[in-house]
Design a protein around this ligand. Sequence first.
Ligand code: SD4
Length: 316
Amino acid sequence: IASKPIVVSTWDSGLAVNAEAWKVLKKNGRALDAVEVAANSIEDTINCCVGLGGNPDRDGKVTLDACIMDEKANCGSVAFLQHIKHPISVARKLMETTPHVMLVGDGALQFALANGFKREPDKLSADAEKTYKEWLKKSDYKPVINIEQQQIKAKKTDGGPFAPSYFDDGTPNHDTMGTIALDASGNLSGACTTSGMAFKLHGRVGDSPIIGAGLFVDNEIGAATSSGQGEEVIRVAGTHLVVEMMRLGKTPEEACKIAVERIVKINPEKAKGFQVGFIAINKQGEYGAYSIQHGFSYSVTLADDGGKVFMAKSHF
Ligand code: SD4
């Protein structure tokens, strides 16, 4: 189905995020504004994987990665940023007010503070604290394939819509938040925001703030974003690959599948042990997704009906 405007986000939690974007899109607002408010809305909530309430690195510090890209190939990115609630808005500020694309660590923090962002206290959310203490008992680093697979038992049909799934405490299934949108004027933008892999090495940066890996937008062709094991996405410049495949005429789902297969081909045995999922939209407003493992859900909103959650088809 081709539709305009449209907003697509990773995971079940993308439904609530899309609803924020939709408020902008339905008033003929700009896709860039839509994806920023979408990202902000989840950065404001306490959850495992996005914003200051997310899981910390192995030293107990929450370090955030985010990037944003608009219809003119303007882009902004922050990585390894601490103490700031809305990394996506720092990324946008950087994009719109400086000649640079990417700031990291203390430099990104200084830039944020100089631009009126508030320094938040260095305190883990109650959920993150509990998870971290549990992790410290063994301190081994094993990527979790899908948070969903471990904690939610719901029946889903690959490729089809299903009811959103929820954790025991009622929060929707999710992980890194990637949001891509096509607005009523036909312009594309995207945003990606995360606290990264839980218990990563201090200073580790994933795919999410890297233009062409965690997010890519080409206003002539389409947009894509990813979630999962960031190192594997970086290795193939994942979202750039997805957009280039759409340029060659592939549908969004076919393009995501090709990127997934490219990753799997590098080491098919190893690929059984991690998850990567891509979502994409094209200039016509068609959407699609594909993942390595079963369990990658995504949310699509293209009308005033609250949107739908779909399960991506998967390689394994
Ligand atoms: C990262 N891609 O930091 C992010 C994490 C993620 O599902 O999406 N996990 O590598």
